[in-house]
Design a protein around this ligand. Sequence first.
Ligand code: NAP
Length: 331
Amino acid sequence: MTNAKKLKHRALGTGGLSVSAIGLGGMSLSGVYGAVDDAASEDMIRHAIDQGVDHLDSSDMYGWGHNETLIGRAIKGRRDRVVLVTKFGQTRREGQQNGVDGRPDYVIQACDASLKRLGEDVIDLYYQHRVDPTVPIEDTVGAMARLVEQGKVRFLGLSEARPETIRRAHKVHPIAAVQTEYSLLYRTEAEETRETTLALGIGFVAYAPLGRGFLTGKIQTLSDIDGRRAAHPRFQAENFARNRELVAQIEAMAADKGCTPSQLTLAWLLAQGPDVVAIPGTRYAQRLDENVGALRVKLTPDEVERISQAIPRGAAAGTRYPAGGMPGVYV
Ligand SMILES: NC(=O)c1ccc[n+]([C@@H]2O[C@H](COP(=O)([O-])OP(=O)(O)OC[C@H]3O[C@@H](n4cnc5c(N)ncnc54)[C@H](OP(=O)(O)O)[C@@H]3O)[C@@H](O)[C@H]2O)c1
């Protein structure tokens, strides 16, 4: 077995959890943005671990179990080098918008099902993927805390929770991390959330840090868009040209800096504060290496400011999710 390289680590919360500052988001390995090959994905995950990427982010709803099974297989023999992360709370409703379930009984049941698919005894960081507005957050987090007591879970997280929800949850049990979309294109809610997570000593996990691929510069025309991405307003014809113009500015600044647009984008995120880590998703080892290379890109405060000005807060055209998904985020 190859020994893992040491990558720059950052703490998530104050309870002792730490992860590589660049992680790997697993979602697109379950066919969300185009075709996948499981054997190649497993190799890629093992390559990531060998490069020192230990923050592996999954959810029970990525491929409705497929992603956890895949990651579980890929990490066999490498479990001690991985911070295993998954989520519960979205439920499948055929032909409709996903449901949410934050009832205490469901939390316990979902965790057992995830552990079984992963083939492991313990999840390092367990998130509520979407807040259930019909269940008090205290009840949901109370059940998550029982999982910690039982040794099934080590640390707790919330995804797309708004500041008030985070404060209430954190009173029940320490929250190690909040995961919310955060990139140069979409950062309004993330920046609001970070005022609270920073005050409470909670880590911030930036999801979709490459803007679902837009900020990589590889999406140049509408015909480059595949999979579920096509439903996202940012990629729709009425918004595409505006967003493309914004990305073109990042491409130009990356060229000046001698790095790729993905690297500039990730380096900008990590420069926002030591509480921030990013989990870009990719199917390819080469792109994973490129993304990890963002750790070598050092931005001066002036460069960070110029990048922020190039894509000002709120500049992206189109909401973060299609209309049906918006009520489920920032709850
Ligand atoms: N909590 C939540 O509600 C939530 C929601 C969404 C996502 N997430 C998490 O965040 C992770 C990342 O989000 P995401 O995958 O939606 O978006 P992302 O990381 O912003 O972008 C991923 C896309 O960028 C492409 N890409 C990645 N690196 C590249 C590179 N160096 N050059 C060119 N293209 C590159 C990938 O395509 P290729 O595969 O072709 O490289 C993929 O299509 C997910 O995997 C998931 O773990 C969480």
